[in-house]
Design a protein around this ligand. Structure first.
Ligand code: PYC
Length: 331
């Protein structure tokens, strides 16, 4: 049996975004979080088939548009990625909203504004348009907070590291330069990937953060290696590891949100402060601490992230059960 998926492919700040505009399965559930669980239980083969080789690659990421489950939202998004079905994805949202608007799949009630339901909650979008092109998307993200401080892990080659765990829509182990970690350029991509696997596994043995309002969102999934910026007009640089082999080519929207919460928590950022974040390849998001809040009684911030995306083409993809690699593979 052959399943056909009509996709708009592109990238946000260099990281891939595959908007699956046709072929989304009908999902059960009273919220996007419930629908995420339903998708994982019954349709995860669509994610692996579209994201893993031979139809995808290590960094592949994307999502589907759904009617929202809430009356106050314009649209819902379900994310798919090599790493799983994320509760929230910042670069994915920027791409999906850009391509959805540019191709008439999303019709805003208020031009320039959208309310979007994602599994992690509800986010607000402000976007700009020039002619037919969406030139920027700003996400006011879900409340973000620090879940654990000073977790000590021992990692081969790098020795003892102290990391903090912060939430920005996914849980991040944040590693700042220290001891055996002298910065991104000193490490290089291959060593960062190998070390990230070890750091994530070691942190998972020590802490399992659980979202204060949604227990289906739990556990450290990503590692954010922090660094000083390269350019004078930026405030920080990072390499975000996800899945098993990916370094985000964008500055990572949820990673930037987690980093803003982390810096705000220790007093290095205040409400209203802007933070220009560079990615591993030098692309940028503009972050901002929008407000202080609480999440289930825990101090938190509401961060925003702004960036832009470019569609690179349409892609009609088949998943055919007669193909020995119909559900994709990873090596
Ligand atoms: O932009 O939030 C993000 C993201 C998560 C994983 C890769 N990118």
């Amino acid at each position: 049996m052959r399943h056909t998926f009509f996709c708009i492919d592109g990238h946000t700040a260099g990281n891939p975004v595959r908007l699956v505009a046709g072929g989304a399965p009908l999902l059960r559930g009273a919220s996007m979080s419930d629908r995420r669980q339903d998708f994982l239980a019954r349709y995860d083969w669509i994610r692996t088939g579209l994201c893993f080789e031979p139809r995808g690659h290590d960094m592949m990421s994307g999502g589907f548009l759904y009617p929202p489950t809430r009356a106050d939202a314009d649209v819902g998004i379900l994310f798919i990625e090599t790493s799983g079905c994320l509760p929230m994805c910042g670069h994915g949202t920027i791409g999906i909203i850009t391509f959805g608007l540019e191709h008439g799949l999303i019709q805003p009630t208020t031009p320039g504004r959208l309310k979007v339901e994602v599994p992690a909650g509800v986010i607000d979008i402000a976007y700009s348009v020039a002619g037919e092109k969406v030139t920027s998307v700003r996400i006011t993200n879900v409340p973000s907070y620090v879940a654990a401080r000073g977790v000590e892990v021992e990692v081969a080659e790098l020795g003892r590291l102290r990391v903090d765990v912060s939430y920005g829509g996914n849980y991040y182990a944040i590693v700042e330069p220290q001891g055996g970690y002298a910065g991104l350029d000193a490490m290089g991509a291959d060593r960062l990937i190998a070390a990230s696997r070890l750091v994530r596994a070691a942190v998972r043995e020590k802490v399992e953060p659980v979202h204060p309002l949604d227990p289906t969102i739990r556990g450290v999934s990503h590692v954010l290696w922090a660094e000083r910026p390269r350019a004078n007009d930026a405030d920080g640089r990072n390499a975000v590891f996800y899945g098993d082999k990916a370094i985000d080519r964008s500055p990572c929207g949820t990673g930037t949100s987690a980093r803003l919460a982390h810096l705000a928590d220790r007093g290095d950022l205040r409400v209203g402060d802007r933070f220009v974040h560079e990615s591993y390849i030098g692309s940028r998001f503009i972050g901002r601490v929008e407000e202080a809040t609480t999440l289930g009684g825990v101090p938190a911030i509401v961060p925003s992230i702004e960036g832009s995306a470019v569609a690179t083409g349409f892609n009609t993809i088949w998943i055919d059960r007669a193909d020995p690699f119909w559900a994709g593979f990873q090596v």
